[in-house]
Design a protein around this ligand. Structure first.
Ligand SMILES: NC(=O)c1ccc[n+]([C@@H]2O[C@H](COP(=O)([O-])OP(=O)(O)OC[C@H]3O[C@@H](n4cnc5c(N)ncnc54)[C@H](OP(=O)(O)O)[C@@H]3O)[C@@H](O)[C@H]2O)c1
Length: 334
């Protein structure tokens, strides 16, 4: 009987989580039943939203359970199959990450085409973060020709794609923000933004006003807090914002006050609209077809920060919360 490893929630954090919140456990590799597949996970995703799942709080997705394996997006190879339609050797995406092997009902896994993209792309540019970026700039706060667009978290998985897609949609100017000079350099030189702001150095509002003196048409918010307040102040009349995430407050231990300038939403008739990628899976086929060809022709550029081994997955996750990644943070399992 062979064993594999999984990461469990050891205890819930208060504020910023640390390694003590996770536990590595050895368990027996499960056997697939009728209609099931056994998958050897090759890549797994660590994502900021997982911080919310560490708390015992009702939300759009169930909290992690103390003492149980975590879950989340993963890619793997089918090593045993008792399901018609998914053969041994297929590469699948599914939601039982944070473990080395997973048994799944066949309908909980999707076979991915490794002929058009690398397996790990299906966790990033061709996965939930890429689709979120696409939704933001097409459905939620549609970017049009000539727009000035501001993207926060612009060196990250969602933000780096959102800025490039805004350009494809005809934006006249794409501005990104991130923490530190290396990331701002990557935003411009690697991802092709027109300009980047290091939000840790100086006043975000002053820098944005310098770069967009007439204001911005669209804001893509990955960060919340001061970024959202600044963007509301900079949006033009009838401006739009896609509210994707608010990572600046995920570790907050007290209620976070809203932006002090919300009345601007009235006076400038702004549209601020939230989005959850899980509501828009109907767009995935359309997006996959487009994004795979953009990856192939090089017009969508991606980066990854890769951490090796399941035992390093908690550190990778803690790193995402602290900004240790450029592009998508991934864990390679084999
Ligand atoms: N609504 C949805 O369906 C959906 C789907 C996917 C992701 N999201 C959200 O989208 C956002 C980005 O997710 P992602 O997966 O692409 O992560 P990511 O941007 O690749 O990584 C998170 C980044 O957040 C930045 N950050 C951390 N603390 C910050 C702070 N206090 N202020 C400003 N930036 C901070 C860090 O970069 P710096 O070094 O630049 O600080 C870090 O690298 C998150 O808020 C996430 O929850 C939402």
């Amino acid at each position: 009987m062979s064993v594999h490893r999984e990461i469990r929630l050891a205890r819930r954090p208060f504020g910023e989580p640390g390694p003590e919140n996770f536990e590595l456990a050895e368990v027996t590799v499960p056997e697939p039943g009728t209609g099931q597949i056994l998958v050897r996970n090759t890549w797994m995703s660590v994502d900021p939203y997982m911080r919310g799942r560490m708390d015992d709080r009702a939300s759009y997705i169930a909290p992690f359970e103390v003492g149980a394996a975590l879950d989340g997006s993963a890619i793997g190879e089918v090593v045993a199959s008792r399901a018609a339609g998914i053969p041994v050797g297929a590469t699948v995406s599914h939601f039982l990450g944070w473990r080395e092997y997973a048994v799944l009902d066949a309908d909980a896994a999707a076979v991915v085409d490794t002929g058009v993209a690398r397996p790990q792309d299906y966790l990033g540019a061709l996965g939930p973060t890429g689709l979120t970026a696409y939704l933001a700039v097409t459905r939620i706060a549609p970017v049009g020709p000539g727009d000035v667009v501001f993207v926060s978290g612009a060196a990250g998985a969602v933000g780096s794609v959102a800025g490039q897609l805004a350009r494809k949609l005809g934006a006249a100017k794409v501005i990104g923000s991130a923490g530190g000079p290396e990331k701002t350099k990557r935003i411009v030189e690697g991802f092709g933004f027109d300009a980047a702001i290091d939000y840790r150095a100086g006043s975000l509002a002053e820098r944005l006003a310098e770069l967009a003196p007439e204001g911005i048409d669209v804001y893509v918010d990955n960060v919340g807090g001061d970024h959202l307040r600044t963007a509301i102040g900079a949006l033009k009349v009838h401006g739009k914002a896609a509210l994707i995430g608010m990572i600046s407050q995920y570790n907050a231990t007290e209620p976070v006050p809203g932006p002090s300038n919300l009345y601007d939403v009235v006076t400038k008739r702004l549209t601020l609209r939230g989005v959850l990628v899980t509501d828009h899976q109907d767009v995935l086929p359309e997006y996959l077809a487009k994004a795979a060809s953009w990856l192939t022709d090089g017009s969508l550029r991606t980066e990854e920060t890769v951490v090796e081994g399941l035992d390093q997955a908690p550190g990778a996750f803690l790193g995402v919360l602290r900004g240790a990644n450029t592009g998508k943070m991934l864990v390679r399992l084999v």
